[in-house]
Each structure stands twice: as structure tokens, then as C-alpha cells.
Ligand binder design. Structure first.
Ligand code: SUD
Ligand code: ADP
Length: 268
């Protein structure tokens, strides 16, 4: 039995530069990862088996087309390896801008690669990740990196490991495609040398769909010891970076609301 943590992805900054003819958008983003994540367990089996457990299992109950099973099918096509029993313990809210599904798919690819002795930097693994979704290559890499293109052109950069982070989701699922559709088409400029001085250009279109995101951002920005408060990805999860673990813990209590999910964690 192999265990992989599917760590939540954050976009510390996300600049949308252009709408492409293929329907995707050119991005410049700073990807980072936190300790908090889903847990994926995988073992060889006679027939393929997949089950989802954990606090957010119900949010995926009706969906036959899980990114994990798609990743496993693509891996088998490329590398063989037979059938597997996979358990996904779902701790991250679904469709929430922290790449839960993408992280799960990447964790499945990492576990399968370990089991079948495929190098983690095999170009075939990255090709599968790229075909599964724009965020999956970044999640496969799992390191702080600048992402360009639709997010798949990755350049690792020095991160801020250990930085305390509070994640807050107001309990509304937001469709990534719908948020991109509402982007106003204005290129507000490149990422620049200090991405933390940047923006998330999807905040405005996400707020138009889910105004409660504004409440989350205001609540986070008002906390003592906060160094950055921003939305991640297409939302609705927002994050705040803190100077100390104590400030992060105090903020978690201060911003708690009925129906809101939050997690105290750290950057990796
Ligand atoms: C916005 C981001 C930022 O990291 O994160 P999330 O909010 O999903 O976490 C990603 O670009 C999301 O990546 P991912 O969730 O893998 O998206 P995909 O499945 O590839 O695409 C879903 C839909 O989003 C839109 N899309 C996605 C990526 C991109 N660069 N431009 C787009 O326009 C397209 O309409 C696409 O059909
Ligand atoms: N293992 C999975 N976890 C979460 N969502 C999944 C998974 N497999 C497929 N999906 C689908 O992917 C969509 C986007 O989910 P997710 O990756 O959590 O959000 P986001 O891309 O906003 O970060 C969900 O609405 C769901 O339909």
C-alpha cells in the first residue's frame, strides 16, 4: 500500500494575460503548495476499485468521472501495470480554487510511478498530467513555481517554506470555466519581479458570481499579523499568509462563520 498526500495548490498571484482561440487563457501565476491535502492510498488489485472517503466525499458522490480514475487509466495506457485499488480521503473542498482534483490526479500519478518504477520526471507522466488539466503538471511537480501558458510551462523558484497560512472557503462551489468566461479581457500586466506585489485577476469575476468572497477577503485582510490576503485560482477559497503561527491560529478563530470551511496550515 502506497500513500501520497495530494497537497492543496495556491496561486499566490494569478495574472490573466489573454484569451486564446482554443478557449483557454494565457496565465502568469506563482504556484505554491501547503501541507494540508487529500490522502490517496493505492495498492495492486485483481480488478480496479475506487472509493472516496473523508469529510468532502459526499461532494463527489454523484460523479463517475473522477480525475483519479482518469489518471490511473491514462497511466495504464502509457506504462501498463495492471489494476489497482485506490482510496481517496477527501479533505479539500471541491471546485474551490485550490486544485483538489488536480492534486488528487497528480498524487495518483506519483503513487503509480513509485509502484511501477517510472521516474517522477518521465516526460510521459507530464504528458498525462497536461492532458488531464491545466493545474495537474504543477501539482505533479509539487514545488513553488512560476506557471505560464495555460499553467503547464513551469519554472521552479525559491519558495517561503514554513510560512503559516490560513485557508478559508465560504462554502460555495465556483465553476472555473464560468469565472474565466466573466474575465473582462483587460491585460493588467505581467507578474513582475515580486509576485506577492501582484494580483489575482480572477477575483473580480469570481466576486460577481459569489459576492461572499468579498467578505472572506475583508475578514482575512483585517487580521493582525497578516502579510498577504488573496483569493486562490478561480475561487472561492481565499488564503492569508501570517508572520507567526499564533497570529494564524487567532485569525482562524476570528474569521470563523457558520458554513465556512477553514484550515490552518503552512507553505511547503
Ligand atoms: C484557475 C486555475 C489557476 O491555477 O486554478 P483552479 O481555480 O482551477 O484551482 C487553473 O488555471 C485552472 O486549472 P484546471 O482546474 O486544471 O482547469 P482545466 O480543467 O484545464 O480547465 C477548466 C476550464 O477553465 C478554463 N481555463 C482553464 C485554464 C486556463 N488557463 N484558461 C482557461 O480558460 C477553460 O474554460 C477550461 O475549460
Ligand atoms: N478527485 C476530485 N476531487 C475534486 N474534484 C474532482 C475530482 N475529480 C473530478 N473532479 C471534478 O473537478 C472539478 C474541479 O474540482 P477541483 O479540482 O476541486 O477545483 P478547482 O479546479 O477549482 O481547484 C469538480 O467540480 C469535480 O467535478
Amino acid at each position: 500500500m502506497l500513500t501520497e498526500i495530494a497537497r492543496a495548490k495556491l496561486n499566490l498571484a494569478l495574472h490573466v494575460r489573454a484569451r486564446r482561440p482554443d478557449g483557454y487563457h494565457e496565465l502568469e501565476t506563482l504556484f505554491a503548495f501547503v501541507e494540508q491535502g487529500d490522502v490517496l492510498r493505492l495498492a495492486p488489485a485483481d480488478t480496479p476499485r475506487f472509493r472516496v472517503t473523508g469529510p468532502f466525499a459526499a461532494a463527489l458522490a454523484g460523479e463517475g468521472d473522477n480525475l483519479v480514475t482518469r489518471a490511473a487509466a491514462r497511466f495504464a495506457e502509457s506504462f501498463g501495470g495492471g489494476a489497482h485499488a485506490i482510496e481517496l480521503e477527501k479533505h479539500l473542498p471541491v471546485a474551490s480554487g485550490i486544485g483538489g482534483g488536480s492534486a488528487d490526479a497528480a498524487a495518483a500519478l506519483r503513487a503509480l510511478a513509485r509502484l511501477h518504477i517510472v521516474p517522477l520526471d518521465d516526460p510521459g507522466l507530464f504528458a498525462i498530467a497536461d492532458a488531464l488539466g491545466s493545474d495537474v503538471p504543477a501539482c505533479l511537480l509539487g514545488k513553488t513555481a512560476i506557471g505560464k501558458g495555460r499553467g503547464e510551462q513551469l519554472q521552479p523558484v525559491t519558495g517561503m517554506p514554513g510560512t503559516p497560512v490560513l485557508l478559508v472557503n465560504p462554502g460555495v462551489a465556483v465553476s472555473t470555466a464560468e469565472v474565466f468566461r466573466r474575465w473582462d479581457g483587460v491585460d493588467r500586466g505581467p507578474l513582475g519581479g515580486d509576485p506577492l506585489a501582484g494580483r489575482n485577476d480572477l477575483e473580480a469575476p469570481a466576486l460577481a458570481i459569489a459576492p461572499v468572497i468579498g467578505e472572506v477577503l475583508a475578514a482575512l485582510a483585517a487580521q493582525p499579523g497578516v502579510t498577504l490576503a488573496r483569493m486562490s485560482g478561480s475561487g472561492a477559497t481565499c488564503f492569508a499568509l501570517f508572520e507567526t503561527v499564533e497570529a494564524c491560529a487567532a485569525a482562524a478563530v476570528a474569521v470563523a462563520r457558520p458554513g465556512w470551511w477553514s484550515a490552518e496550515t503552512r507553505l511547503v
